[in-house]
Design a protein around this ligand. Structure first.
Ligand code: HEC
Ligand code: HEC
Length: 341
């Protein structure tokens, strides 16, 4: 079934039995096709899948991208790296409400993690970048992030470094905005975190989760959290409306900002207002605060809000919130063979 039809049948619509079967078949096929070949233990009927140990990359380009990710020369005054806001020892984020960029400038929105971003169908909360390389073109010249004046200035800085140039030109014909960001994107494909307790559970180790976590996973499925937080990254596969069963923004009690527009900022289609790319739940226990506006300070607050606004549970029971939260804690994976902290 083509994607446009799927959208018309989506939330709030009432497909008949035949449409439901057609839709489910289409979803099953689409899901199978979109999973990387390396995905272990695929059960195409299950909405969430274990993360593969690795995805195919070009090692030499990865090494160049790694160095760029930690290189202050992408920023106007040398002080800001990608890693400043996406710290690998902090779950791939900065753990701030909104990020702090060059000269202490505050950004408008909470930083999502770089871990497992490779599995996102598009990048950014509003999907304005098609892939990782495209995404990496943004921050260096963003005035409140890395604050470089232009890509020409950035390229010139790297051109001056003979050592860098020698290594870079072994892999790419030229130093350009495109090749620099391609290398960064290639590196980010290695920032995946397999082997969480939940992954081991999915692959058959039934002792990998506690009883409470197994119950939390049951609730997660029962409340259809997995329809949005789906796939390998348990998110990053669609734009969804924030506040399906209640006016989240009114209840928040603070004025609307541009960051609240979500996908609308790109399309100007009223349908897209307050629709956000669903964030990944992988390593979510490490990436507080939560939501694009950092309104949920702790994981249990985010779970409670999701039950209320996305799953129509008017008064979430404390025990259910605790069990789901405990389940989400089992999603912390390994990077380079070590469990993330
Ligand atoms: C000043 C802090 C800051 C810096 C520096 C920064 N980022 Fe980000 N990053 C953010 C914020 C905030 C967002 C979300 C912005 C949005 O969606 O509008 C983001 C989004 C992303 C995403 C999208 C993730 C997703 O789930 O959509 C990726 C990937 C990413 N950044 C990688 C990078 C790379 C690579 C660099 C270096 C070239 C970089 N970032 C530099 C703060 C930063
Ligand atoms: C209709 C789709 C949908 C459903 C169903 C849904 N979510 Fe979400 N979830 C979202 C969106 C969209 C966001 C981002 C909202 C925002 O930032 O404003 C989100 C954010 C989250 C976050 C915060 C992640 C972060 O990094 O900020 C958590 C945790 C979460 N959801 C858990 C759950 C749980 C648990 C359930 C089931 C009770 C659930 N979600 C059901 C769409 C959904």
């Amino acid at each position: 079934m083509p994607i446009a039809k799927f959208r018309h049948l989506h939330w709030g619509s009432k497909p008949d039995e035949q449409e439901k079967v057609a839709l489910l078949n289409w979803i099953r096929e689409a899901r199978k096709m979109s999973l990387p070949k390396e995905t272990p233990n695929v059960d195409a009927d299950r909405l969430v899948q274990p993360i593969p140990d690795s995805i195919a990359t070009d090692e030499a380009k990865v090494a160049l991208g790694h160095d760029l990710f930690f290189d202050g020369r992408l920023s106007g005054d040398g002080s800001i790296q990608c890693h400043t806001c996406h710290q690998l020892d902090k779950g791939g984020v900065d753990r701030l409400d909104t990020s702090t960029g060059i000269e202490g400038k505050k950004g408008p929105i909470n930083a999502p993690t770089v871990f497992n971003a490779a599995f996102n169908f598009v990048q950014f909360w509003d999907g304005r970048a098609a892939d990782l390389a495209d995404q990496a073109k943004g921050p260096p010249t963003n005035p409140v992030e890395m604050g470089s004046h232009s890509w020409d200035a950035i390229v010139a800085r790297f051109e001056m470094d003979e050592e860098f140039k020698k290594e870079f030109l072994k892999e790419y014909p030229q130093v350009t905005k495109e090749t620099l960001t391609h290398a960064i994107g290639e590196y980010e494909k290695t920032l995946i975190t397999p082997n969480s307790d939940f992954d081991r559970y999915l692959k058959g180790d039934k002792t990998a989760l506690t009883e409470q976590q197994v119950h939390g996973y049951e609730l997660f499925k029962q409340h259809k959290c997995d329809t949005c937080h789906t796939g390998l990254a348990m998110g990053g596969q669609s734009y969804e409306y924030m506040g399906l069963y209640g006016d989240y923004f009114k209840d928040r009690g603070t004025p609307l900002t541009d960051a609240d527009e979500g996908r609308f900022a790109q399309t100007k289609d009223p349908f897209d207002m307050h629709r956000f790319k669903v964030p990944t739940l992988r390593n979510v226990a490490l990436t507080a605060p939560y939501f694009h506006d950092a309104s949920a300070k702790e994981l249990k607050d985010a779970v409670s809000a999701m039950l209320k606004y996305q799953s129509n549970v008017k008064q979430p029971a404390q025990k259910d919130v605790e069990d789901i939260t405990s389940f989400l804690e089992s999603l912390t994976g390994e990077f380079k063979g070590e469990k993330l902290k």
